[in-house]
Design a protein around this ligand. Sequence first.
Ligand code: PLP
Length: 390
Amino acid sequence: MPIKGLTNEQAAMVQHIKLLKQQAGSHSPSLFTIKEQLPDLKMNIDACFLSNPYATDLFLRYFKNELLGDDLLIRDMLEFYPSQNNVIASSLANFLKVPADMLFIGNGAIEIIQAVIHNFTTEKIIVNIPTFSSYYEFVQPGVSIVFNKLKKENDYKLDVNDLLQLVNYEKPDTVVLINPNNPNGGYITKAEIAELLEGLKNVRTVLLDESFIHFAFENEAMELMSYADMVMKYPNVVTIKSMSKDFGIAGIRAGYAIMHPSRAKQLLENGFLWNSNGLAEYFFKLYVRDQFQKEYEVERKRYIRDTQEYFKNLSAIEGLKRYPSQANFALIELKTGITADDFAFGLLVKSGVYTRTCSDKIGLEGEFVRLASRSHDENEEIIKAIKEAL
Ligand SMILES: *Cc1c(COP(=O)(O)O)cnc(C)c1O
């Protein structure tokens, strides 16, 4: 069943995109691939990629004022090596209130996930599903993967006792916690994290991915949540943080991890010397500046408010269920009989709104689409397009 109001031509385009999707595997075909193959397609809004557009604007203002105007700075950035991993770590340490030797800088969080899993996971890994697929795709041959299936009747929220019971039974050497989780945005409260880490303290490695934590809040002031102090208390925890989503700078490739000094040392001795780049280094230096932080906080809270309004409007649409989320995206379940692929690609072709079909995500039962929150005006257009489609 296609979405409402598709022409025959548009229906053929939907079929074409379905083919591209099959070729792309577990990550969506990129906008570039789709545009290249379907030049007639008009893409207005990318509600697939999960970034704060206001933060990108903020970064771009600094980038233009401080870098683009200065040929010498740009030349240096291109001509010279960036700082070494541990030098960038030192510049972040104060700001994050952790010792520099516990910091590891990654060329995107993805690089850290790979490094950590390849180096510290040798037997068995427990991953909550649905999840960000890299966590099980990157495991080495011979490592067994155990899925903790989050329950649909629990809105895919992690149940602390369920996970701890499974861990007791399976005795893995690695457990993955993503907070808030991708693709559903399910949130583990600070109190639950404390309970989990206590219960997991005998597991060799606990990966805590906080790539979306800037969008979560537990009080009305929307104070920034942080679990860095947990790593100081539990030496088996590795906190992983991508900067791609909250700062809207995925192209720069910047992420960091906090881990026991012996682990950071082991990774640094195995490569990762100049794994950063000049632009990422510029970003990290900007990130710790007071003025930038002040301005970022304004944009972060503005974006959270817009996202909350968007969520409310999504919930009011008939024919879908919106799942609870503390991230900057929401999982919706389609209840009208349409498949996730037909919905997502139909919406793209008809309204130019690109959303993430979750038809390839393991651990979801039903037809699910993930919708990113964009700017206030774009969110309104997304809502309008969905109402027309269903
Ligand atoms: C996007 C994402 C990452 C990877 O981020 P990069 O820094 O762009 O490599 C890691 N973890 C989760 C949960 C993500 O959604």
